[in-house]
Design a protein around this ligand. Sequence first.
Ligand SMILES: Nc1ncnc2c1ncn2[C@@H]1O[C@H](COP(=O)(O)OP(=O)(O)OP(=O)(O)O)[C@@H](O)[C@H]1O
Ligand SMILES: [Mg+2]
Length: 508
Amino acid sequence: MPLLQMKHICKSFSGVYANEDINLTVEKGEIHALLGENGAGKTTLMNILFGLYRADSGEIFWKDQLANFTSPKEAIAAGVGMVQQHFSLVNKMTVLDNVILNLKGNAFVLNRAAARARLVELAEKYGLQVNPDALICELSVGEQQRVEILKALYRNVELLILDEPTGVLTPQETTQFFDVLRNLKNEGYGIIIITHRMSEIMAISDRVTILRDGKQVADLVTAETNPGELSAYMIGRELNESYNIEETPKAENMLVMKHVSNDHKHHGRHKIEAIDLVIRKGEILGIAGVEGNGQKELAEVITGIQKKKSGQIILDGQDMAGKTIRERYEAGISYISEDRLSDSLITGMNIIDNLLLRDYKKLPFAKHSIVNRSAMRKNAKEKMQQYQVRASGKSGVDTQVRLLSGGNQQKLIIARELTDSAKLIIASQPTRGLDIGATEFVRQQLINQRNAGKAVMLISADLEEIMALSDRIAVLFGGKIVGVLSREEATVQKIGLLMGGISEEEEK
Ligand SMILES: Nc1ncnc2c1ncn2[C@@H]1O[C@H](COP(=O)(O)OP(=O)(O)OP(=O)(O)O)[C@@H](O)[C@H]1O
Ligand SMILES: [Mg+2]
């Protein structure tokens, strides 16, 4: 008896299919991967299973019983848990309180000590280490994800849906996370995992279902396929793995940071200390490092979101001291934030307005404070086309951003931030959550910016991405730059050691 069978599932939004006749079977102890381009319908299918959406037609069988869940509460009670693409934890509460949230009346909650003990036991059993008393806002994304999984396990689920769980993890965290998944598999849990990374699918899954434009194009046994076949099914073409990186003169400095430190006494903030960095015009500087070593802080002191405590930041000869976020943006600092939903988009607003969040005061959109809607609309249409931002249905540029798929939201931020007036582009995890075609596109856009004489700071947990794009690579560890390597000197080995806080001398 399979754990789950979804049969002939259909769902459309404004007359366009997001899921068209999808079949999915998951056995006990099976890890089933769901693959497809941004907007292919993966999250929609899982939302239907989890009771967040109603299918237009089709049936779901849970342990051979007809079960179309009408709410997540019902799904969880039956044994289906989901960790969503965007976490739903309460920031100002502790880990334990988040885990037992909404379980009032349950015997475990009445006794906090027992609840705590059970949480700790689950955490240990599956290798999901996390401090029960820490506040969520103090945790790294990797740790927050562990809390989400613990929350589901605490509720005795038997099937766990994981929507792009590794997008936010460092390579090391991903390895640990896969160990957790293998433990769960061995205990008989069923797992559905959405990921864009072929290597992960090959490493962890038993079967793969591939969606394309809402349709199911394949259901394969992982051991009988390969990454090339998977990507051919997914996008119908082979990928271009090399980028057009031109020789550019790199004499002039675009960004100079002298001995910059932040004020890290804030809740949940990491420190950066005495940062000395230069990015030249026409250069991509990669920032490698395990997440939580000051990457976000580095980006935020440059953009002005965080105040620096000491030091100097100079952009194209202009001292940024005392300048606001907006003034810095106007001076040419663009920021693609890793935390797209909270920092960069207003999800209740439509595409047009989100594209203009930064520029609404500028001509041709506003003249003497009269907003020019048709110019705004035209701009949005062009950007959507250029960056292949896909919205289903007929609403087009009027679509609310919350209705876009995760990857399409990310493309929208990139479309907005790569403006002509940018001089320095700080791109933090720019391809996280993007499918392989979109990833390739965005990387080439960053290179084009560089080729056009701009400076790019590329912050990425993906070492392959850093190595493929950067002219020079700086490694951040414990809030300090522990090494800067040229493209020629850089090897995975060298960078890996520096990322772990080991300098070359120590290695010798
Ligand atoms: N509530 C909704 N209203 C209207 N359209 C929606 C809604 N939810 C999803 N869609 C649309 O359905 C399509 C499929 O979206 P879905 O989120 O399932 O994609 P996905 O495969 O998860 O993509 P990604 O890899 O980018 O996360 C998209 O075109 C999206 O805009
Ligand atoms: Mg999705």
